[in-house]
Design a protein around this ligand. Structure first.
Ligand SMILES: [Zn+2]
Ligand SMILES: [Zn+2]
Length: 773
C-alpha cells in the first residue's frame, strides 16, 4: 500500500548587500537631468510630464472606448461586407499563419468588389494549398475563397482586431510578388530553411526570437517553460523584448564610446534587418519605432523629450490603425517602453543601493527588465492567470542573451547567404547557447512555486498597475538601505502568506474545475491537494487553479491517456515540483502509443517516473483518503474503460462521506467497481458524490446504476455547447429519477463540494451555495 506524503517548502526572501555609494551613471549621463547635490549621492531626477504623452493616453482611452462601444453597440455588424462575394481572390498575408487544431488561420487583406481593402481571417488546411503550407507575413496567395461571418461568441474578439469576416481558402497557390517585399519574403523563407537544418529547443528558441517564427516553440513543452518563468513577452513578437534588447545594446555601445553617428547607423541597420526577418509585420514595425525611442533616451536626449517622442509615436500608430487601441501586443509594446524611459534610472538607483555599485552592469540589466515589466507584469499575469515569481531572475539572465541571439542570429543568417560554412558555424554556436538557456529555463520552471496562480479582473488589474506607475512617478522615492530592506521583506511576506498560509485556511473540498470539455477534479484538504486529470486547456486550468487558491499540487493522478484528461499536464511543471504523477500500474505494461506518451509526459513534467497504482492502493490528501477501485486489468489499451477510478472517503460525525471519481469509465465498469469497492460493511454501493462517468454520456449511466449508487450529488464535467452532446439527457433523467442533484461545469463553472463534520455543501462558481445532507 502506498502513501503519498506531503511536503512544505519554505519561501526565502533574500536581501542583497547594501551600499551607500549609490551613484547613478545611469545609461549614460543623458538620463540624469538638472543639477546634482554634492552632499548626497547623485540621484536621477524625475522626468517632467510631457504633454504629448498625456495626449497619447487620452487618445488611446477614447479610441478604445469608441471601438468597444461600436462593437458592443452593434455599429460594427457581424454581416459579411457586401463587396465580399465568394470567388477567386488574391490575398496579402499580414501576419505569420498560426497552426491550430482545425488547421491554419492567418490575418490577411483582400480587395473587395468596390476596391476597398478588407481584413479577414483566412483559414485553410494542408490540402488546400500548394507548396509550403505555413504562410508568412507579406506573402501573396491566390485562392478560391468563400466568406462567412464570425460566430456570435468569437465576433467581438475578431472585430476588435479589425477583422470583418472569415475566409475559407481552397486551391490556394503562393504568388510571387515584386520588388523589395518579395525579397523580404524570400529572405525569410531562406532563414526558415536554414533553421530547419538545426534540431532541438535551442534552435526553436533562436528561430522564434530572430525571425518571429514560433511554429517550433510548442514542441517539447518549451513554450510552457517560457510562460512559467515569465518570459512569454520576450518570445512573442510584441516588441516588449525589442525595447529591452535595444536599451541593452544601446547602453553597451554607448559605453564603448562609439561615435554617435556610427551608433545611429548601426542601430538603424539592426532594426531594418530585424523588421525584414520578422516579415515587416505590424507589431514589429511599431516595436522598432518604440525601440528607437528608447535608444534616443539613452544617448543624448533628455528623458522628457523621449517621453514626448513616445507620445507622438503612440498617437501616430493609433491614427494609422485604430484597432491598435484594443490590441494587447500594442499595449505591451507601448507600456514596456514607457516603463523603461520613465522609470529605469529610478529603479537602477534602488538596485545600486541594494546590491552595491560594483555590480553596475547587473544593476543596469535588472533595472531595465524591472522597469519594462512594472507596467506590463500585472496584465500578463491576468492573461496567463499566473504570477511568475522566477521572472526577475529569468529576465536578468535571458535579456542579455536575447540581445546576443538577435544580433548573432542576424549576422549568422547574413553570412550563411554569402559563405555558408562560416555563417552556419556562428548559428550553431548561438543555438548551442540557446540550448543551454532552455535547459536552465526548464530547471527554473520546475522550482516549486516558480509561478503562482492568480485570478483577477483585467480592469481592476490595469487600474492598479496604472496607479502604481503614477504613484512611483509622483513620489519618486529616494532609495535608502532601510527602505530597500523594507520593500524586500514586505515582498517576501506577501509571497509567504500566499504560498504557505492561504492554502491552510481553505476548507476540505472536492472541486470539479471548469476546464471546458475535459476533466479536472481537485481534492484538497489541510494544505494538500491532488488533481485528478488536467483537461486540455492550459489557460483554463491555470485560471481554475488560481480561483481555488492552489499554488502547489501534492500530486496529479491521470485517469487515462485521452487528450481531454492529460494534455495540460505539461503546463504544470512548477505547480507539481517535487510531487508525483499517478497512473494505473498497467499503463507500464500496455504496448499502445497513448500509454507510452502519457508516461513520457509524466516523466518530463515531474522529473521522475510516474507512480503506478493497483486496486486497493491509497493516496492520502489531508483528511481525504483516495482508494483505487479501478482498473483491475486493462481491457481497452488504457482507454475509457480502463480509467483509473478513485473512491474518496472522509470521516464526518455522521459517519464516512464518499465520492467516486470515475474518469471516462462507463456504466459497465462503474457497476463492477461499485460492487467490489462498496463503501458500507455489507458491500453497499451507495456514494454521496458521483463524478459522472465519461462527461455524462449516454453510456455512462443506467437508471438501475443511478438507483444503486443513490448519490445525492452528481458532478458533470463538460464544455458549453460541446460537439459530443455531453451530458446526455437520458443520463440526467436517470440521475434525477434516483434523487440525485446534477451540477454541470458548463452551466455553473467550478463546482466545489465542501466536506465538513456536518456534511457536504455544494458551492458552484456562478450560483449561491446549496446545503445538502
Ligand atoms: Zn474524456
Ligand atoms: Zn495503452
Amino acid at each position: 500500500m502506498k502513501r503519498a506524503m506531503l511536503h512544505g517548502v519554505k519561501a526565502l526572501g533574500r536581501v542583497g548587500r547594501a551600499s551607500n555609494t549609490a551613484n547613478a551613471a545611469l545609461l549614460g549621463e543623458g538620463l540624469v537631468e538638472g543639477p546634482t547635490d554634492r552632499a548626497t549621492p547623485r540621484f536621477p531626477r524625475r522626468p517632467s510630464l510631457p504633454v504629448s504623452l498625456v495626449v497619447a493616453v487620452i487618445a488611446w482611452v477614447s479610441l478604445a472606448a469608441w471601438q468597444a462601444l461600436a462593437i458592443a453597440g452593434g455599429y460594427v455588424t457581424r454581416d459579411v461586407p457586401r463587396g465580399l462575394k465568394s470567388g477567386e481572390y488574391v490575398l496579402e498575408v499580414v501576419e505569420d499563419a498560426k497552426l491550430g487544431s482545425y488547421g491554419y488561420s492567418v490575418h490577411a487583406r483582400v480587395l473587395d468588389a468596390n476596391g476597398v481593402a478588407r481584413d479577414v481571417l483566412a483559414t485553410y488546411g494542408d490540402a488546400d494549398i500548394e507548396g509550403d503550407a505555413r504562410l508568412f507575413a507579406r506573402q501573396r496567395v491566390a485562392a478560391s475563397v468563400s466568406f462567412s461571418e464570425f460566430s456570435e461568441a468569437s465576433f467581438s474578439r475578431y472585430a476588435s482586431k479589425g477583422l470583418c469576416a472569415r475566409a475559407k481558402l481552397t486551391q490556394a497557390t503562393i504568388v510571387d510578388g515584386a520588388g523589395p517585399i518579395s525579397f523580404v519574403v524570400s529572405a525569410r523563407c531562406f532563414a526558415r530553411d536554414v533553421f530547419d537544418e538545426f534540431e532541438g529547443r535551442g534552435a526553436a528558441l533562436v528561430r522564434a526570437i530572430v525571425i518571429g517564427d514560433r511554429s517550433k516553440l510548442e514542441e517539447g513543452g518549451l513554450y510552457d517553460d517560457v510562460k512559467t518563468v515569465g518570459l512569454a513577452h520576450m518570445v512573442a513578437v510584441s516588441g516588449a523584448h525589442l525595447s529591452v534588447v535595444a536599451a541593452l545594446a544601446g547602453a553597451l555601445l554607448a559605453r564603448a564610446r562609439m561615435p554617435r553617428v556610427a551608433l545611429s547607423i548601426a542601430l538603424c541597420l539592426f532594426y531594418c534587418a530585424y523588421a525584414a526577418f520578422t516579415g515587416f509585420s505590424a507589431p514589429v514595425i511599431r516595436a522598432a519605432l518604440m525601440a528607437a525611442v528608447v535608444v534616443s533616451a539613452i544617448w543624448g536626449a533628455r528623458r522628457s523629450s523621449s517621453l514626448a517622442a513616445l507620445g507622438v509615436c503612440v498617437c501616430v500608430l493609433l491614427a494609422v490603425h485604430p484597432a491598435n487601441a484594443l490590441s494587447l501586443s500594442f499595449f505591451l509594446s507601448a507600456a514596456s517602453t514607457l516603463g523603461i524611459v520613465a522609470l529605469a534610472p529610478l529603479i537602477q538607483a534602488w538596485f545600486e543601493v541594494a546590491f552595491g555599485r560594483r555590480a553596475e552592469t547587473l544593476c543596469q540589466t535588472c533595472a531595465l527588465t524591472t522597469a519594462a515589466n512594472i507596467p506590463i507584469a500585472p496584465v500578463t499575469a491576468c492573461v496567463f492567470s499566473r504570477v511568475p515569481l522566477m521572472s526577475p531572475l529569468a529576465n536578468m539572465i535571458a535579456a542579455p542573451l536575447f540581445t546576443v541571439f538577435i544580433a548573432g542570429g542576424l549576422v549568422g543568417l547574413g553570412l550563411t547567404a554569402l559563405y555558408a560554412p562560416v555563417g552556419k558555424a556562428i548559428l550553431a554556436a548561438i543555438i548551442a547557447l540557446a540550448q543551454a538557456l532552455s535547459v536552465f529555463l526548464a530547471a527554473l520552471a520546475r522550482v516549486p512555486f516558480a509561478s503562482l496562480p492568480c485570478s483577477a479582473d483585467m480592469w481592476v488589474v490595469v487600474t492598479l498597475s496604472a496607479s502604481a506607475f503614477a504613484g512611483l512617478w509622483a513620489i519618486w522615492p529616494r532609495p535608502t538601505r532601510a527602505r530597500a530592506v523594507g520593500v524586500a521583506a514586505a515582498t517576501a511576506l506577501v509571497v509567504v502568506a500566499c504560498v504557505v498560509v492561504a492554502p491552510l485556511l481553505e476548507p476540505d473540498e472536492i472541486v470539479a474545475l471548469d476546464v471546458g470539455q475535459g476533466d479536472a477534479i481537485l481534492v484538497k484538504s489541510e494544505g494538500a491537494s491532488l488533481l485528478v486529470d488536467t483537461g486540455n486547456q492550459d489557460a483554463m486550468l491555470a485560471a481554475a487553479l488560481a480561483r481555488t487558491h492552489t499554488p502547489h499540487l501534492s500530486g496529479v493522478a491521470i485517469s487515462h491517456h485521452d487528450d481531454d484528461h492529460c494534455a495540460s499536464l505539461d503546463s504544470l511543471a512548477s505547480t507539481i515540483a517535487g510531487s508525483c504523477v499517478y497512473v494505473a500500474r498497467e499503463t507500464y505494461a500496455c504496448p499502445c502509443d497513448g500509454c507510452a506518451d502519457l508516461l513520457a509526459q509524466a516523466r518530463n513534467v515531474s522529473g521522475r517516473q510516474a507512480v503506478g497504482l493497483d486496486v486497493g492502493d491509497e493516496i492520502r490528501v489531508g483528511r481525504f483518503t483516495c482508494r483505487v477501485v479501478w482498473p483491475r486489468a486493462f481491457s481497452d489499451a488504457g482507454g475509457n474503460a480502463d480509467s483509473l477510478c478513485l473512491l474518496v472517503s472522509y470521516e464526518s460525525e455522521a459517519g464516512p462521506l464518499t465520492a467516486l471519481l470515475t474518469g471516462d469509465a462507463e456504466a459497465d465498469q462503474i457497476e463492477k467497481m461499485a460492487q467490489s469497492g462498496g463503501t458500507g460493511s455489507s458491500g453497499a454501493v451507495a456514494v454521496n458524490v458521483l463524478k459522472a462517468g465519461h462527461h455524462g454520456s449516454k453510456a455512462g449511466m443506467t437508471p438501475k446504476l443511478a438507483q444503486g449508487l443513490s448519490a445525492s450529488i452528481a458532478l458533470v464535467s463538460c464544455g458549453a455547447n460541446n460537439r459530443y452532446g455531453h451530458p446526455a439527457q437520458a443520463t440526467i433523467d436517470a440521475l434525477e429519477a434516483a434523487g440525485t442533484r446534477v451540477f454541470r461545469t458548463d452551466e455553473l463553472g467550478d463546482i466545489a463540494c465542501v466536506f465538513s463534520r456536518e456534511g457536504i455543501e455544494v458551492r458552484p462558481q456562478y450560483a449561491s451555495g446549496v446545503a445538502l445532507e
